[in-house]
Design a protein around this ligand. Structure first.
Ligand SMILES: Nc1ncnc2c1ncn2[C@@H]1O[C@H](COP(=O)(O)OP(=O)(O)OP(=O)(O)O)[C@@H](O)[C@H]1O
Ligand SMILES: [Mg+2]
Length: 511
């Protein structure tokens, strides 16, 4: 159905794709994997007409692409469902699905009843239950994604490209998406599926294409591969990398050595939340985190986990209750106030609020700690560069230079820049929202290790995530929230995936 032939693409200083070829068969799920910056999204942009290749060609259903534009690709039946949807938030579900191609009564009059009927039929076929009149802004990310898929189908998509579709989904919603994908395939629609979650790929995909540094490594049947083989092929068999993780440079980890030793011994809380009520869901939440601990906070969307982060970072004001930092009352009316008191938040979506996309990697990192690299009011560029260079190598940020604009980095590498900012922030309390989302397997392990090492220097780390499996790998404790309340607080050693999952969903309890 789709043939990619010797496609190359170069950006200033980066060869994003070097003569990549692959074929996608009708009615199949074809996975595309590779480390952060390997070239996956670039390939997607070319296939979907968002960018032209420098050389090579795309053949779809026997037709050679003569033009690279999104409308051209979509006229041929290629649709991309992005991580961040391109739906119009203020329009209804039905309007979004038919947008730009709505049935008309006359040239100027849209046929509303037909719009709703067609959208309703389509969603019924997909077994999506949603009020057609609802504004898309009010829907969960999972439903928004299903609406985007419905929209692709209305445009007669024959190939649907999903770029990290499960990033914002809970476990139940992932199952639902998989059903939908299988259903689409049984109707002859092909899926190009991009994900860093190899277990998803092994469940879904018929074939896997692996990219490394813009080059095609191999395409093979899933049944001929194992997850660890894929990891090795992605990384390019570099045993050194696995055996010898780069140490956190001196000065980075012990940035906050003023935590008194007694505190460590006494296990006194570094962060304590008492009876916190805030926002639409949080009710009377209490928890405490001693220095040196990594605590996972998990719950489904709307459970209140993110609201706790918002309160701690000065973005939401509590209605009642209090927060203590080393026993001293803490209030913050803005992120600046929170940072000044030693609380730093790494938000979930770097593109939205974590990094300044127009600034370079180096500038982004130094922004969080200007005083330490400023002398007599002047920014010390050499120090800025050295600091940035350290993080680029420790976190393996793939970029031709530390002067590269963050907006030009791949998704996973933007996430790593954000983490570098957190490391540089010298916070006592670190809150990480979905820190490994969109990050490749090897970088994930690296992040786990860095978080553990940071905690070991006496910080309190709160990790907020819906990825329970991931949390279990590097937290000491798991706190489960449901409907704004803590339903359990278990040691990560005792906890197992299904148990925590059921707690988040409220399943299997004797009430
Ligand atoms: N507009 C751009 N300008 C300059 N460089 C770019 C641009 N877009 C992508 N790149 C570079 O091309 C390379 C491939 O990026 P791409 O986004 O395709 O990676 P990816 O495989 O999707 O990674 P991730 O898993 O992190 O999403 C990266 O080195 C990236 O920095
Ligand atoms: Mg990408």
């Amino acid at each position: 159905m789709l043939k990619v032939e010797n496609v190359s693409k170069q950006f200033p200083g980066v060869r994003a794709l070097r003569s990549v070829s692959l074929e996608v068969n009708p009615g199949r799920v074809h996975a595309l994997v590779g480390e952060n910056g390997a070239g996956k999204s670039t390939l997607v942009k070319i296939i979907s007409g968002a960018q032209p290749p420098d050389s090579g060609r795309i053949i779809f259903n026997g037709q050679v692409f003569e033009e690279y534009s999104p409308s051209y690709a979509s006229a041929y039946g290629i649709s991309v469902v992005y991580q961040r949807q391109q739906l119009v938030p203020m329009l209804s579900v039905a309007e979004n699905i038919l947008l730009g191609a709505q049935p008309r009564r006359t040239r100027f009059l849209i046929d509303r009843s037909a719009t709703y009927r067609i959208a309703g039929d389509l969603l019924n076929r997909l077994r999506v239950k949603v009020d057609l009149r609802k504004r898309v802004a009010e829907l969960t990310p999972a439903l928004q994604q299903e609406i985007a898929i419905a929209k692709a189908l209305y445009r007669q998509a024959k190939l649907i490209i999903l770029d990290e579709p499960t990033a914002a989904l809970g476990p139940k919603q992932i199952e639902r998406l998989f059903e939908l994908i299988r259903d689409l395939c049984s109707h002859g629609i092909s899926i190009l599926y991009i994900s860093h979650h190899l277990e998803e790929i092994f469940r879904l995909a018929d074939r896997i294409t692996i990219l490394r540094d813009g080059r095609l490594v191999t395409t093979q049947s899933t049944s001929d591969l194992t997850q660890s083989a894929v990891v090795n092929l992605m990384a390019g068999h570099d045993p050194q990398r696995v055996a010898e993780p780069a140490a956190i440079p001196a000065g980075m980890a012990e940035a906050n050595s003023e935590v008194p030793m007694e505190a460590l011994v006494a296990e006194e809380a570094l962060l304590e939340i008492r009876g916190l009520t805030a926002g639409p869901v949080l009710r009377n939440v209490s928890l405490s985190v001693p220095p040196g601990q990594v605590v996972g906070l998990t719950g489904i969307l709307g459970s209140g986990t993110h609201d706790i982060a918002q309160v701690l970072f000065g973005l939401m004001q509590p209605v009642s209750g209090e927060v203590l930092l080393e026993g001293t009352p803490f209030t913050a009316r803005s992120p600046q106030e929170a940072i000044a008191q030693g609380v730093f938040l790494v938000p979930e979506n770097p593109a939205r609020d974590g990094v300044v996309a127009q600034l370079s990697i180096a500038q982004n990192i130094s922004l969080v700690d200007l005083p330490s690299i400023t002398r007599f009011g002047l920014l010390q560029l050499r120090e800025e560069a050295q600091t940035a260079q350290k993080y680029v190598s420790v976190l393996r940020i793939a970029a031709p230079s530390i002067m590269r604009e963050v907006s030009k980095l791949s998704g996973g590498n933007q996430q790593k820049v954000l983490l570098a900012k957190a490391l540089q922030a010298r916070a006592r309390v670190l809150i990480l929202e979905e820190p490994t989302q969109g990050v490749d397997v090897n970088a994930k392990e690296e992040i786990h290790r860095i978080v553990r090492e940071l905690a070991a220097t006496g910080k309190a780390v709160l990790v907020i995530s819906t990825d329970i499996r991931d949390l279990l790998l590097f937290t000491d404790r798991m706190i489960v929230l449901r409907e704004g309340q803590i339903v359990d607080d278990l040691s990560a050693e005792e906890a197992d995936y299904t148990q925590v999952l059921n707690l988040t969903l409220g399943v299997g309890e004797s009430e």
